[in-house]
Design a protein around this ligand. Sequence first.
Ligand SMILES: Nc1ncnc2c1ncn2[C@@H]1O[C@H](COP(=O)(O)OP(=O)(O)OP(=O)(O)O)[C@@H](O)[C@H]1O
Ligand SMILES: [Mg+2]
Length: 252
Amino acid sequence: MSPAASTPPAGTPTLAVTGLSKLFGGLRAVSECSFEIAPATIVGLIGPNGSGKTTVFNLITNLLRPDAGAVYFHGARIDGLKTYEIARRGIGRTFQSVKIFRELSVWDNLSIAAMGRERVGWEPAATAWLERLGLDHLREDPGESLSVGQQRLLELAMNLVVDPPFLMLDEPLAGVHPVVRQRIADTIRALRREGRTFLVIEHDMAFVMELCDKLVVMDHGLKIAEGAPETIRRDPAVIDALLGRRRDPALA
Ligand SMILES: Nc1ncnc2c1ncn2[C@@H]1O[C@H](COP(=O)(O)OP(=O)(O)OP(=O)(O)O)[C@@H](O)[C@H]1O
Ligand SMILES: [Mg+2]
């Protein structure tokens, strides 16, 4: 993995957001949101539809400019940097609706991801990622011919080919077949063991409960809870926000 520009003191979170806020007209999409992500952990960002999760991703990556608040990566302030500069610092990202070049082959998608970051000698790593993610047999196929799950894996591979220490995944399981869901979950877990850090938005509660070291729960733009999955699953405010009156077996 790419090292941080300078080594931060021990105990420095990989990512910290403080007081992050975004208004859309009169709508408080994100309000005073603060949380930290420790190195080599998986943090789940959960909450009902429209609660502000993707907006938090867009604020961290400066696709949207925050109205207030700050973002720190390895202890250095990054809000205000351009999106490509933030990516260069070592923050990878996938999107709720997959962003790949649909007409281009799997291999050419990886090529563009690597060239975009001026990588040389990226090919062996790309081959290794394709093998590891089970996409090797599809390398000449156009992106659009892949299943949703394979497209999500390709988007992940496009990140991994430039080796980011921190990855933000927006609904990596949405629309994905159960077999590929398992592969994605296993891959995230293995990458965490290897020292990578994750922020994952996902609606599948069984997945987040099983995978995440910590959960941050949002509702109407506000962080309403933060803690270990075991604690969060018993939090009445969380159950209410996520499920209304319904009970989810994963939270029972
Ligand atoms: N660019 C934008 N302009 C105006 N309103 C926006 C914009 N982006 C998001 N919103 C609104 O901000 C709120 C938060 O949206 P956001 O996409 O962050 O929610 P989310 O938690 O990711 O939801 P979902 O689980 O459905 O993906 C919603 O009410 C949404 O309609
Ligand atoms: Mg979203």
